[in-house]
Design a protein around this ligand. Structure first.
Ligand SMILES: Nc1ncnc2c1ncn2[C@@H]1O[C@H](COP(=O)(O)OP(=O)(O)OP(=O)(O)O)[C@@H](O)[C@H]1O
Length: 382
């Protein structure tokens, strides 16, 4: 798939922008702060209804405006659809496809798919478990948009349950009994929705694993430790459980075991919100492995981060779709070897959008259309 036209209204720094795009490589080049990332962020937002840079929508609306609109013509298998999202400050967002409103905004998720490489990706390796959980969940939702609902439900259940745990933890007598009875209902919700999310993540890690190994080997060609592995690390022992019903039972049993701790601390200590994705490197399949976090060199960490993104791209492609690749300011971060390697690997994608501060940061292998971005003006170099 590729975007053939992008329209922005009051999105980030743009009062209005109209940009026509071709399949293949397009580079947006301009000095810092001119609005290059804002352009590709808009396309990424259409894909997931989330930005790769901020957790909330407010910064996406141009300062002083109360609504941003992102519209893109997306070409897939020769057919064009116009996707649109209205981002409203303080009100629900709205989505349209070919001008028809969608019943739920989140039905837009996955209609256009992006894989974004950005300097923030190093956090996938060096950051908190929450960065790696977000990586998995974003990919889950792109592959199966229905899971956006499961993810939102889980966040809601967790919030409710945490506030109940706080109340129950300090309540006495019959108030405590009442709170505990309500809590057991929320335990069931947590186990049911949490198990669905957990089962999907476990299956995703299995599907992604071979692609990560292959991608790392290619990116880190010649590195001493080139056998990259990913493993899902649950917050408690799941035994052999993989199906949602078994996982729900395992969560419920652990919740019962940890109830005192949870009431003392007033937070949910069991569930997929406590899990992590373990990244490790070794000399070969049978070698003693080292976790990447805390052990890997800077270069190895970058290679792993790139491998996770490339693997996501390969997996989505294997699902039968060619997602749009966005390389946001990433080449300036990489040494010459990794730069060329990455450029070569992505050059065959249906559409690659690159942002760079200076033309020299765009590798030669990524020849294509060039746009200059300066003070919110986007002009095509002829
Ligand atoms: N909601 C907003 N309203 C108005 N301006 C905004 C808003 N959000 C961001 N900006 C402005 O957009 C500019 C940043 O644009 P962007 O991140 O696209 O830069 P860039 O060209 O990618 O730069 P760099 O090369 O430094 O990454 C900044 O000047 C910032 O102040």
């Amino acid at each position: 798939m590729h975007v053939s036209h992008l329209s922005l209204h009051d999105f980030r720094s743009y009062a209005a922008a109209e940009v026509s795009l071709d399949a293949g490589v397009t580079a947006f080049v301009g000095r810092n702060g001119q609005g290059k990332t804002n352009l590709v962020e808009a396309i990424d937002y259409l894909s997931r209804l989330q930005s790769h840079r901020v957790a909330t929508d407010a910064p996406l609306v141009r300062a002083g405006a109360d609504q941003a609109v992102v519209r893109a013509a997306v070409v897939r298998d020769g057919r064009t659809a116009v996707l649109e999202v209205e981002i409203n400050a303080g009100r629900a967002n709205k989505a349209r496809v070919n001008k028809s409103p969608l019943p739920r905004t989140r039905d837009l998720v996955g209609l256009v798919r992006t894989v974004v490489f950005s300097p923030e990706d190093l956090a996938l390796v060096k950051g908190d478990p929450s960065d790696r959980r977000r990586f998995l969940d974003d990919l889950l939702v792109l592959r199966a948009p229905r899971l956006a609902g499961v993810r939102a439900d889980y966040d809601r259940v967790l919030k409710q349950r945490n506030s109940l745990l706080k109340t129950a933890g300090v309540a006495r007598g019959s108030a405590r009994e009442g709170a505990l009875a309500t809590l057991s209902v929320w335990d069931d919700h947590l186990a049911r929705v949490g198990a669905e999310l957990l089962a999907a993540r476990l299956a995703l890690v299995e599907a992604l694993r071979p692609y990560v190994g292959k991608a790392y080997e290619t990116v880190a060609r010649g590195a001493s430790r080139d056998d990259a592995e990913i493993d899902y690390k649950p917050s408690f022992d799941l035994g052999d459980a993989t199906a949602p019903a078994e996982l729900a039972a395992a969560i419920l049993a652990e919740v019962a075991r940890r109830q005192k701790d949870e009431l003392d601390r007033g937070v949910s200590l069991v569930g997929p919100h406590r899990d992590d994705l373990l990244l490790s490197l070794g000399h070969g399949p049978d070698d003693a492995r080292l976790p990447v976090k805390g052990y890997a060199s800077h270069g190895e960490s970058w290679s792993f981060a790139l491998a996770l993104r490339l693997a996501s791209y390969d997996l989505l492609r294997a699902d039968g779709d060619d997602p749009i690749l966005i390389l946001d300011d990433v080449f300036a971060e990489l040494d010459a070897g990794r730069r060329e390697q990455l450029a070569e690997l992505v050059s065959g994608a249906e559409q690659v959008l690159v942002t760079a501060a200076v033309p020299e940061d765009v590798p030669a292998a990524l020849a294509g259309a060039r746009y200059r971005v300066a003070a919110g003006e986007v002009t095509r170099d002829e």
